[in-house]
Design a protein around this ligand. Structure first.
Ligand SMILES: *Cc1c(COP(=O)(O)O)cnc(C)c1O
Length: 363
């Protein structure tokens, strides 16, 4: 059985280091807001190329707290790609702002050429979601943000370490949100997240907010939250970060094989935008025969996933927006056509060959 993702394989690549760190933290007697977190925040900021990093409990919190601290609320609009993950939209709507959906392009990320027509006097921000491990066109997005005086939040949950031109994603916007959910590039062994920013004042606001709104114990400046990245996760993330470039490179090698060797006229392979690279968080193909292909692969014990079967504008949670089927035809077609192939660190060449051959034999 080939699973769509296999976290045990990735763990096994460096299990002794993770086990050593876990025991070290357990024996330290200090489990929240300590040395591991401080060191990880420094190392992550350095890796991304940002001045500041603030560890948080998860990626959704990173998004929600970002929109809250940027004061984006009821009556405001935020532009986001219509095929984003639902958490992106939940971040936007935390204080009642309205998501304004823009269709994706052939790279499955927001079509930057369609953003301008979606801007209204109420638009306050663009949420740039770097979906599947590939960067949005940050040049066009930053130009528009400048022209219309908009904030830019980057969602880098699926793109730990990939680039737009010569800079890593997470260094372009006012703030960038990361998730360390186990399946993400630099995944933790539980929940985790963070933000990066170059804005010192904003970074400080995150630090205060994540800890009940206090810097000094029992002196609460704002109504905050409990959203902290604990010491064990921070310590384990430090270990994973040391290997992140090699883990990303390994997924690129698997993607290269898929791109070169999958040859089936029924299937459209993913494309990389000029100036971007991908960390291949997902390897997403398009096919008009998606459900048949998924069943066919499953019969051959090859597991696949769909990212995502229901676009946010059609999900029950966002029924109040009053959107209907047909409003975003590209997004809705993608939801019927996308399929994520098995892609994980520690995937053997034989497993890759099985996937490639199975797909090439699909008629
Ligand atoms: C995973 C993910 C999130 C949410 O992160 P959690 O840590 O699971 O809360 C947000 N946005 C995107 C694009 C994601 O992939």
């Amino acid at each position: 059985m080939i699973m769509p993702n296999n976290l045990l394989r990735q763990f096994s690549l460096h299990s002794h280091e993770y086990e050593g760190k876990a025991v070290e933290v357990l024996r330290s007697g200090w489990y929240i807001m300590g040395r591991e977190l401080e060191a990880f925040e420094k190392e992550w900021a350095e890796y991304i190329g940002s001045k500041y990093c603030v560890g948080l409990a998860n990626g959704l919190d990173a998004l929600k707290i970002s929109f809250h601290l940027l004061d984006i609320k009821k009556g405001d609009e935020v532009i986001v790609c219509a095929n984003a993950y639902i958490a992106c939209v939940m971040g936007i709507t935390v204080d009642g702002a309205t998501p304004v959906f823009v269709e994706p392009d052939e790279y499955d990320n927001i079509d930057a050429d369609k953003i301008e027509e979606a801007i209204t006097p109420k638009t306050k921000a663009i949420l740039a979601v770097h979906l599947y491990g590939q960067s949005c066109d940050m040049t066009k997005i930053m130009d528009l943000a400048k022209k219309y005086n908009l904030k830019v939040v980057e969602d880098c949950a699926q793109s730990h370490g990939n680039h737009w031109k010569d800079k890593k994603v997470g260094t372009f916007g006012d703030v960038a949100c990361f998730s360390f959910y186990p399946s993400k590039g630099c995944g933790a062994f539980g929940d985790g997240g963070c933000i990066t920013t170059d804005d010192e004042t904003l970074a400080k606001k995150f630090r205060v907010f994540r800890n009940y709104g206090s810097e000094k114990r029992y002196y609460n400046q704002v109504i905050g939250s409990n959203s902290r990245l604990d010491e064990i996760q921070a310590g384990l993330l430090r270990v994973k970060l040391k290997h992140l470039d090699e883990l990303n490179a390994e997924r690129c090698r698997i993607a290269d094989r898929y791109l070169k060797e999958i040859k089936n006229p029924l299937i459209t392979l993913p494309k990389i935008r000029p100036n971007a690279d991908s960390t291949w968080h997902q390897f997403v193909i398009h096919t008009g025969k998606r459900d048949e292909l998924q069943k066919y692969l499953s019969d051959r014990e090859i597991g696949t996933l769909i990212h995502y079967p229901i676009p946010p504008h059609l999900s029950e949670a966002y029924a109040y927006l009053g959107k209907k089927a047909g409003d975003y035809p590209i997004t809705e077609r993608n939801a019927q056509e996308v399929l994520s192939l098995p892609m994980y660190n520690g995937m053997t060449e034989d497993e890759q060959t099985l996937v490639i051959n199975a797909i090439n034999e699909f008629v």
